[in-house]
Design a protein around this ligand. Structure first.
Ligand SMILES: C[S@@+](CC[C@H](N)C(=O)[O-])C[C@H]1O[C@@H](n2cnc3c(N)ncnc32)[C@H](O)[C@@H]1O
Length: 293
């Protein structure tokens, strides 16, 4: 870090030097692939000051020692939650679901009827609205999907947000984002009058698991469709490039990748995909050489 990049000391409840910030940024990078520029220092302070208060600590150095304790994995998750957002909603970036319905699902459903295994992955699924939107789309196109080998894997690094996703219960204010034709797959009269729940058929299509995208992926592909939207925005350019290649390898031949509105496939993976719409990609079929190999 050059002197031109240093920031004014923050004079507030907890001392927070540029060196403290650099150490926090290192943990966030090595554990979660997060890219924290020095310009984020005030934001990081305000988000983490709450953690220091809650853990009854007086300095960021104490907080850093806590993070280095092998018994404090839960605090690392709290760090991630404090530095990222879980914002999501049903049928977010609706054009992706239109492309899914018109271009992707018809062929997948034909394959499923022929006995093929169909796998969809929502990577960075937050509180579940994305994978349940996928499940509702599958059911909308194929109401008896449960009779076939169709599964949606939904993963996130944050176990707390996954607990909420598993509950499958959402405020009724979120209903308007779900197309009316799909309301038949919801339970609108569940116990709490302010909430609705995702119906059993859609819930049964989805399984949730904790997974850090920058660590090993103990999951079984290949996937026909991957949704990884509004997650890589937190990662630095190198981590993003590496991730696109891993998604390329996790996809079946001619599988589809959908990414967030401000994200772009970069690095060598760009050659492996063709664009089929806004932030929507299809993996190129492997080329057959003259010998037919
Ligand atoms: C803004 S939400 C996006 C949710 C959904 N994909 C959407 O577009 O609506 C970002 C999610 O990425 C998760 N996340 C952040 N870093 C991650 C990592 N290294 N591995 C897996 N998930 C991560 C966060 O916990 C959060 O739930």
């Amino acid at each position: 870090m050059t002197s031109a990049q240093t920031t004014k000391p923050v004079t507030s409840e907890f001392p927070f030097t540029d060196a403290d910030f650099a150490q926090i940024a290192n943990v966030a990078k090595s554990e979660f692939g997060l890219n924290l520029a020095l310009s984020k220092k005030p934001l990081v302070y305000s988000r983490l000051a709450k953690r220091l208060r809650l853990r009854k600590l007086s300095t960021f150095q104490e907080y850093l020692s806590l993070l280095s304790d092998i018994n404090e994995d839960a605090e690392k998750t709290e760090l991630l939650s404090a530095l990222t957002t879980n914002v999501t909603h049903f049928f977010r970036e609706f054009h992706h679901f239109e492309t899914l319905n018109t271009t992707v699902l018809p062929a997948l459903l034909t394959r499923a009827k022929n006995g093929d295994r169909i796998r969809i992955w929502s990577a960075g699924c937050s509180s579940g609205q994305e994978p349940y939107s996928l499940a509702l789309s599958v059911l909308g196109a194929f109401p008896d999907a449960s009779r076939y080998d169709i599964k949606i894997l939904a993963t996130d690094i944050d176990p707390n947000i996954l607990d909420r996703a598993c509950q499958a219960s959402y405020p009724k204010s979120e209903l308007e984002a779900i197309p009316d034709a799909m309301h038949r797959f919801l339970d609108l009269k569940s116990g709490d009058p302010n909430n609705f729940t995702i119906g059993e058929a859609a819930r049964n299509l989805v399984s949730f698991g904790v997974l850090n995208l920058i660590s090993d992926w103990p999951i079984k592909g290949p996937f026909d469709v991957i949704f990884c939207r509004n997650v890589t925005i937190y990662f630095d350019a190198e981590t993003q490039r590496h991730l696109w290649t891993r998604f390329q390898n996790a996809l079946s031949p001619s599988g589809h990748l959908f990414i967030g509105h401000s994200e772009r496939v970069t690095g060598t993976a760009t050659q492996a995909f063709r664009s089929i719409g806004v932030t929507s990609y299809q993996k190129n079929q492997p080329t057959v050489n003259a010998a037919g190999n």
